[in-house]
Design a protein around this ligand. Structure first.
Ligand code: AGP
Length: 615
């Protein structure tokens, strides 16, 4: 997700836009840009870097005073984070300027049409295609800016929050949204348009929240025109009063970024899936896998590298790929792999997984693998980060910026990518019947809505967290796909509540850990119906007979475990491959509420950093 902010009024736009973008950096911060215009002078300044770099850039600008402008801080989805790809983007004839938050899925087909008409593109972005599409419609049909934006968006597929400016009509801004947030600040003879209200809250608390498929035309000294892009009907905008403060808005009203990001998981997974799962044709469209199809078909081994939560996602990937595609997988701690003088073959595919794309151990392991001639295919959340730049190819999770140190939405997005890859490999290797793949794709597509439902019933977890306040140790147990979930749940608890916790394969309990069980030791068991259910039930009975406190994550309606456990948390019944996503969510919330009850610094836990860029 990116941050956009635009201004039309009587104040100097430049400082408003710079300060506004600074407040939106939590939405993305790999590059930034501002366009301002005064009379026949204009300046479109863009930098690869943060808003501070943009501020420095404008210190030498000849244009110091302007009353209209558009600003953007980028979280790259198409095209590397660099100055060329930074917004605002201008149309070929130089008349139109746009800032965009979202993903235009059909940008390549629109670009083909435009190139055939003689358009040329400077950047790799979908956004530059969009502004030229608007120019083409405007000029070819002799339309006003508002009419042209309305027309152009009828043929756009994807998500957008946009602001468009015509240099020949400097008293007008046009904005529209579908799937990306936009809010209009209505001041005294001035308008703000931004991704949220943080950039303008100290100037006005009067806001209009644009809804999906709505477009607004803002003109100086004129009432706002809002219209519905589908029905073409005018809408009487409702002006609401803001009661938030600045910090609340950045956290979306949540107390912590971690909680916000837990609740963002349905949307994050929608973004991960966007344009990649075609249900009608039962296809998985991962262009980077397509480009390397031969390698994947002939791969004799896959080695997954990662650290921490990303290593746990890799472990889920092992179960997925070996079960569905029958390709041998090894999952390695990057920090061990890099020093072990690993044995690699040209038919190996090495898959580094990293949210930040900057983890030193993972990067070092990638370089070792490269030196040994392996093909490197990365899974990362930050476009253009160091690790993706070191790989031969890869796929982005598109989970959006993850600010909380404890990884949540990045993990579930990584698992979703691995599910798509495993299903794609299963099809390439003819390892799974098509009807089974189709069924799993339908279930994959229902993940976001099912997670939304799960997130509406969190009170039992909040209540359960209160019973953990004095715990000093905790055991997490799971089998099969739920073993990595046990590890991930234990890591979440450790890193934000400072309670010691260990994740184990449930069957391992008899080989030592069962000695730990007593009435003081909470034991969290992921006991979903699919997989080795009877075995896990007998593990629960063993714990119960030693007076262990049992908290079980169960499939909806499970009455058997309910009789044995002290507490149960229900998750949707699903195919086994999806339980890591459903089961991890309550464990994220449980860790979060325990940490809050213990007054820990949830977003910045002691001794930790969001990205471990040192060894
Ligand atoms: C997980 O909650 C931690 N923040 C940590 O284990 C993290 O997963 C690990 O440092 C790897 O980071 P990366 O995914 O950015 O490479």
């Amino acid at each position: 997700m990116c941050g956009i902010v635009s201004y039309l009024g009587n104040q100097n736009a430049l400082p408003l836009l710079l300060d506004g973008l600074q407040r939106l950096e939590y939405r993305g911060y790999d590059s930034a840009g501002i366009f301002i215009q005064a009379g026949d002078k204009a300046h479109n300044g863009k930098v690869s870097g943060k808003v501070d770099d943009l501020r420095k850039h404008f210190e030498t600008s000849l244009l110091k005073e302007a009353h209209v402008g558009l600003g953007h801080t980028r979280w790259a989805t198409h095209g590397k984070p660099n100055q060329i790809n930074a917004h605002p983007h201008e149309s070929n004839d130089g008349s139109l300027v746009l800032v965009h938050n979202g993903i235009i899925e059909n940008y390549e087909s629109l670009k083909t049409i435009l190139v055939e008409k003689g358009y040329r593109f400077k950047s790799e972005t979908d956004s530059e295609v969009l502004i030229n599409w608007i120019q083409e419609i405007k000029n070819s049909k002799q339309l006003t800016l508002g009419e042209a934006v309305h027309w152009a968006l009828q043929t756009v597929v994807g998500a957008y929050g946009i602001v468009v400016f015509d240099k020949t009509q400097p008293d007008t801004l046009v904005t529209a949204r579908l799937g990306s947030p936009l809010v209009i600040g209505v001041g005294e003879d001035e308008y703000f348009v931004a991704s949220d209200a943080t950039p303008f809250i100290q100037h006005t608390r009067n806001v209009i929240y644009l809804n999906d498929h709505e477009m607004a035309i803002l003109q100086k000294n004129k009432p706002i025109e809002v219209q519905h892009l589908k029905s073409n009907t005018p809408i009487d905008p409702e002006i609401e009063k803001l009661h938030w403060n600045l910090e609340d808005i950045q956290k979306g009203g949540y107390d912590h970024f971690m909680l916000k990001e837990i609740f963002e998981q349905p949307q994050a997974i929608k973004n991960t899936l966007r344009g990649r799962v075609n249900l009608e044709q039962s296809k998985i469209d991962l262009s980077s896998m397509k480009r390397n199809e031969d390698r994947f078909i002939h791969a004799t081994r896959i080695i997954i590298l990662g650290c921490g939560t990303s290593w746990h996602a890799g472990l889920v990937g092992e179960y997925l790929i070996e079960t569905l595609a029958r390709i041998p997988v090894e999952v390695e701690y990057a920090s061990e792999f890099r020093y072990r003088n690993p044995i690699l073959y040209p038919t190996d595919i090495v898959i580094p997984i990293s949210q930040s794309g900057e983890t030193a151990d993972t990067l070092a392991a990638v370089n070792i693998a490269k030196e040994n001639g392996a093909f490197i295919y990365g899974i990362c959340n930050v476009v253009g980060a160091t690790i993706p730049r070191a790989t031969d190819d890869g796929v982005y999770t598109h989970a959006g910026p993850e600010i909380g140190v404890a990884s949540t939405k990045a993990f579930t997005s990584q698992v979703v990518v691995l599910i798509m890859m495993a299903l794609k490999l299963a099809r390439l290797k003819n390892a799974l019947p098509n009807d089974q793949i189709n069924e799993l794709l339908l279930e994959l597509n229902r993940l976001p809505e099912n997670l939304e439902t799960l997130l509406q019933h969190i009170e039992p977890i909040q209540h359960l967290a209160k019973t953990f306040d004095t715990a000093t140790n905790c055991l997490y147990l799971g089998r099969g796909y739920n073993f990595p979930v046990a590890l991930e749940g234990a890591l979440k608890l450790k890193e934000i509540s400072y309670i010691h916790a260990e994740g184990y394969p449930a069957a391992e309990m008899k080989h030592g850990p069962i000695a730990l069980i007593d009435e003081e030791m909470p034991v969290i068991v992921i006991a979903t119906k699919k997989g080795h259910y009877d075995k896990i039930v007998s593990n629960i009975q063993e714990i119960k007979s030693r007076k262990g406190r049992i908290i079980a994550i169960v499939s909806e309606g499970d009455e058997t475990v309910k009789k044995l456990a002290d507490h149960v948390i229900e998750i949707p019944i699903s195919s086994e491959i999806f339980t890591p996503i459903y089961a991890t969510l309550p464990l994220q919330l449980l860790s979060y509420y325990i940490a809050v009850n213990r007054n820990c610094n949830v977003d910045q836990p002691r001794n930790l950093a969001k990205s471990v860029t040192v060894e």
